[in-house]
Design a protein around this ligand. Structure first.
Ligand code: EPU
Length: 337
């Protein structure tokens, strides 16, 4: 069923909870309804955007257009061989419901991505990642509506062109609407515990997916704001990737700098660390604040506006550039009004 709401504040449909009024908010349940809606919007020459769980979007206070949202939530096993199971999840499925399903079904590969806010469609666009895992590691293919030719397609993993919080969906914004994702999960025991705070679990002889999930939820709760309590979009910035010489230069003054060396000789540095060392921890503009427990996150302390967040973003970027000569870019998708 299609539900339409005119001139409505959609702040409760985003995790930032910033006030944002849109011309029309349209919820739908099926791919057929989506096709009809996109045809209607295109023929009326109307601007539109698709929203997932709203966990990685920053709108200005008004969006002159229609916002579409998929309400279809479905998770089902679609295939099985001796070593793997394929699972299909509809785009509107809550991401963590999918991860919970894999843990309860004893399927390996998704557990490190526990408790990430958002929906399955958005997770495939964003290539969400945490604790040494990324969505692309378990994605087999992504089902989309190609709004250019209005055909439903299944994109292979290769055609999704995944990178660090990057995908074809970000390179061609507006072209594809994800309708469902096919995942490939392992049947044999395989944990990924390299990330610091998870390493202690490696010594547990009776480790289960449930135990790993509980630990990850505990870590996330201690470092990241609960979207229901404090608005945010998770990591606001991406961790910058710099040349080895830039990293070495910073290390001279900060021997404790955390780093993740990459195979091409470059180095990924945690933006949260750079922001904290630039003196921006807890810095406020209006109701927007650099989160004190994790500087990579900008929080809405209650009455922030998109303007507050954008001003704070610029100040944080300037401070890091001035102190370290490194440019940090937003992970959040900024939507023009
Ligand atoms: N650090 C600081 N100060 C801070 C934040 C971090 O010094 O304010 C230091 C930490 O002490 C640690 C290092 O920076 O040594 C890395 O911090 P952390 O392990 O918390 O991870 P991160 O690099 O800041 C990334 C992802 C998170 C993901 C975590 C865990 C990005 C942009 N962020 O953060 O993803 O949960 O790793 O794997 O890659 C998200 O995308 O929304 C998100 C939360």
């Amino acid at each position: 069923m299609i539900r339409r709401y005119s001139n409505i504040d959609i702040s409760k449909h985003t995790t930032f909870h910033l006030p944002i009024v849109v011309n029309e908010f349209i919820e739908y349940d099926t791919v057929e309804e989506l096709i009809g809606l996109v045809k209607e919007l295109k023929s009326g020459d109307r601007r539109f955007i698709h929203l997932g769980g709203g966990s990685n979007m920053l709108f200005n206070s008004r969006y002159d257009g229609a916002v579409l949202h998929c309400c279809c939530k479905k998770i089902e096993e679609t295939g099985r061989d001796v070593s793997h199971v394929t699972v299909h999840a509809a785009a509107g499925t809550i991401w963590d419901d999918f991860v919970k399903f894999t843990v309860e079904s004893n399927l390996y590969g998704a557990v490190n991505l526990s408790y990430i806010p958002g929906e399955v469609g958005g997770a495939a666009v964003q290539n969400v990642g945490a604790y040494g895992a990324e969505a692309k590691d378990i994605i087999d293919s992504v089902e989309v509506l190609d709004t250019y030719d209005m055909n439903c397609k299944r994109l292979s993993l290769e055609s999704c062109a995944y990178g660090y919080r990057d995908s074809v969906f970000k390179h061609e914004p507006g072209r594809y609407i994800v309708t469902g994702v096919n995942f490939r999960l392992g049947l044999s025991e395989c944990f990924s515990l390299e990330y610091g705070p998870l390493a202690e679990l490696a010594s547990d002889p009776a480790l289960t997916l449930g135990k790993v999930r509980s630990r990850i939820i505990e870590i996330r709760r201690s470092k990241l704001p609960e979207p229901s309590e404090l608005g945010s979009a998770g990591s606001f910035f991406k961790n910058p990737v710099v040349d080895y010489s830039v990293y070495e230069n910073i290390k001279k003054n900060y021997p404790d700098i955390p780093s993740y060396p990459l195979s091409d000789g470059t180095v990924k540095i945690p933006a949260g660390w750079l922001i904290e060392r630039s003196g921006m921890k807890g810095y406020r503009v209006g109701g927007a604040e650099v989160y004190t427990k994790q500087c990579l996150v900008i929080v809405n302390t209650g009455n922030a506006t998109a303007e507050d967040v954008m001003t704070l973003k610029e100040l944080v970027q300037d401070a890091v550039k001035k102190n370290f000569g490194v440019e940090i870019l937003p992970e959040v998708n900024i939507i023009e009004s």
